[in-house]
Design a protein around this ligand. Structure first.
Ligand code: ATP
Length: 298
């Protein structure tokens, strides 16, 4: 079986419990599940908070009053189909798009108007979609670029070589000669050596075989063990549900679902992802390539 996008690894329906809740593309249809930011906020303050963020690309409203709260040490995943606004959200948090409205708070401070480079040196570092390495530079030179304005912290180039064992031997190789998965690892390494507090990961799985994607995501626990917080964008829903402690689904710039993976049903995710009614999602064999909801849940 595949994810709703038909990309990436197996679709593993989450364990679930709550009865179906709302759905759809409007705020009225948004599902807010138990254990959401409100519940988490009882434990600590969010490290990163987005409040009612609206972003336009010209006339196009790419994000419409999107909010999220990411707590220290968690993996928060944004899922959604092509054009949902996922990258726009991440890029706006990194400072690469200017919002029309709303606010971005980091460690309790408003940084909506702070320049991207100051966000990066302050600890918000992005692994961009498509890796964006310097292909004519070597592996180590790319890592050094990431370390140029690094904060103090546990991550060094040597530490990156420890978690990606193959990398040290190939440190003098130009990154253009690496496979897609290897390039993705270098892009992650380049972000880590900046010693982020919040790591923004944009579509790690893009263009990679499922087995490579799984290997890359297998590194996440080691990365998190150094105290990092991760906000990731992922079209591979199964992968996102496997690694995330909290998910939010976007559809055409709106939030359609948010909650803990263990508390959302496959039908809720389908409905939120495609903008279907709950009933249509439950009865939609086509989306699951012929498998029934009950067989998926087993
Ligand atoms: P994908 O997985 O395809 O990257 P996404 O969920 O990340 O999708 P975005 O890339 O954020 O979506 O795009 C949201 C909408 O904004 C789309 O309609 C897209 O065409 C548009 N868009 C994104 N970037 C720009 C830009 N720089 N200029 C104009 N329109 C843009």
């Amino acid at each position: 079986m595949s994810s709703p996008k038909g990309r990436g690894g197996d679709w593993t329906p989450p364990l679930h419990a709550n009865p179906p809740q709302g759905r759809g593309t409007s705020d009225e249809g948004r599902s807010r599940l138990e254990g959401g930011p409100e519940a988490r906020s009882q434990q600590s303050e969010p490290l990163l908070e987005v409040r009612d963020l609206t972003v336009h690309h010209g006339q196009l409203r790419a994000l419409d009053r999107v909010s999220l709260r990411v707590f220290p040490g968690e993996v928060y995943a944004i899922i959604g189909a092509n054009g949902a606004g996922k990258s726009t959200l991440l890029r706006t948090i990194a400072g690469l798009h200017r919002p029309t409205d709303g606010a971005i708070l980091y460690d309790g401070k408003d940084m909506t108007k702070i320049r991207p480079e100051r966000r990066a040196t302050g600890g918000i570092v992005m692994v961009p979609e498509g890796r964006r390495l310097f292909g004519s530079l070597t592996v180590e030179e790319n890592l050094k670029v990431g370390a140029t304005y690094a904060r103090k912290g546990p991550w060094t180039i040597e530490r990156v070589y420890e978690i990606f064992a193959w990398m040290k031997d190939r440190r003098t190789q130009r990154t253009a000669q690496l496979s897609g998965g290897e390039q993705q690892a270098v892009a992650i390494g380049r972000a880590l050596v900046a010693n982020p507090r919040v790591l923004l990961l944009d579509e790690l799985s893009l263009g990679l075989a499922p087995v490579i994607v799984q290997r890359i995501y297998a590194m996440l626990p080691q990365i998190l063990s150094t105290g990092l917080t991760v906000l990731l964008v992922e079209q591979d829903v199964s992968q996102a549900l496997r690694v995330a402690s909290h998910i939010q689904c976007l559809l055409e710039g709106h939030t359609t679902l948010e909650g803990r993976p263990s508390e959302v049903t496959a039908e809720q995710v389908e409905a939120a992802y495609f903008g279907l009614s709950q009933a249509a999602a439950e009865g939609s064999e086509a989306l699951w390539h012929g498998s029934t909801p009950s067989s998926r849940a087993s």
